[in-house]
Design a protein around this ligand. Structure first.
Ligand SMILES: [Zn+2]
Length: 273
């Protein structure tokens, strides 16, 4: 799933390649992803990221693509064979196509009026790599939360922006259990979290930028915990585990990230999975 570090790499490429071109047609292969009444056409004026969504500002409308779990972009010549996961192809005025691929079809392609908010993103939280990321703001944010750490980290209205993978990486970096109550974090734990968030997101973005993967490839081989349950922790060697957090799964290290609030003290080193 594209998350912010992926989009921070992809969006400038799309902006450079596509700004000024016109979308002159579409080929829709998976209509389920489409949230558009009427044709998607017009000159591309600007392309930007809004939380986890790619926003194409057209002259008279806004095309917003939320890749969700598995969406990815491909910019190609028109003759290239369609992949089985092709959802929508946008035909461009220079003859190329911007293809949106999505093998689980959970992403959404919205056609909006200018000024109309992207559904679910009426409010977007503080940019963790921007000047608004301050201890004062973060501390106030933490005090206002009644939820568990991973849920908080994935709330786009509070923080711009993390999904499953980078929320797990941040918890590991800060050495905090993903189910910790945000309001119960000590000042020292809050400080670790404050530093871990921009470190993890910034370093991931820099790594992807340096390695320059193809547009439709998602680089994740440098992550420490996400997708590595059952493997040894890079920090201490303990077997990484999975735990459910409000409908999401979280991957974590039971030694580096002890569950200090657990009722009955679950020893995660002894729980399988
Ligand atoms: Zn560990």
């Amino acid at each position: 799933m594209p998350e912010r570090p992926d989009l921070d790499y992809v969006v400038p490429i799309l902006q450079r390649e596509l700004t000024g071109l016109h979308i002159v047609g579409t080929r829709v292969k998976k209509p389920v992803v489409l949230r558009a009444l009427g044709p998607i056409e017009g000159k591309i004026v600007e392309i930007s990221r809004l939380a986890q969504v790619v926003v194409f500002r057209l002259e008279t409308a806004v095309l917003a693509i939320s890749p969700m779990l598995a969406g990815r972009f491909l910019l190609c010549e028109p003759g290239k064979k369609d992949s089985a996961d092709l959802a929508v192809a946008f035909v461009l005025s220079d003859g190329r196509e911007l293809r949106y691929r999505d093998d689980v079809q959970m992403g959404k392609v919205y056609l909006l009026s200018p000024g109309q908010p992207v559904p679910g993103l009426e409010q977007v939280g503080v940019d963790v790599l921007g000047p608004g990321w301050t201890r004062v703001h973060f501390s106030a944010l933490c005090r206002s939360r009644r939820d568990q750490l991973k849920v908080f980290l994935m709330d786009k209205a509070a923080i711009d922006a993390m999904g499953n993978a980078y929320a797990d990486e941040v918890c590991w970096e800060a050495q905090l259990h993903p189910k910790r109550g945000v309001r119960k974090l000590s000042p020292e734990e809050q400080e670790r979290l404050f530093l871990a968030i921009p470190k993890v997101i910034g370093e991931a973005a820099a790594t992807i930028q340096r390695r320059q993967p193809p547009l439709d490839e998602k680089l994740r081989d440098f992550l420490h915990v996400r997708g590595k349950a059952g493997q040894p922790c890079d920090r201490c060697g303990t077997c990484l585990r999975t735990v459910g957090v409000h409908g999401h799964d979280a991957h974590f290290c039971p030694t580096c990230q002890p569950d200090t609030e657990a009722k009955g003290m679950v020893d995660w080193r002894r729980v399988s999975g």
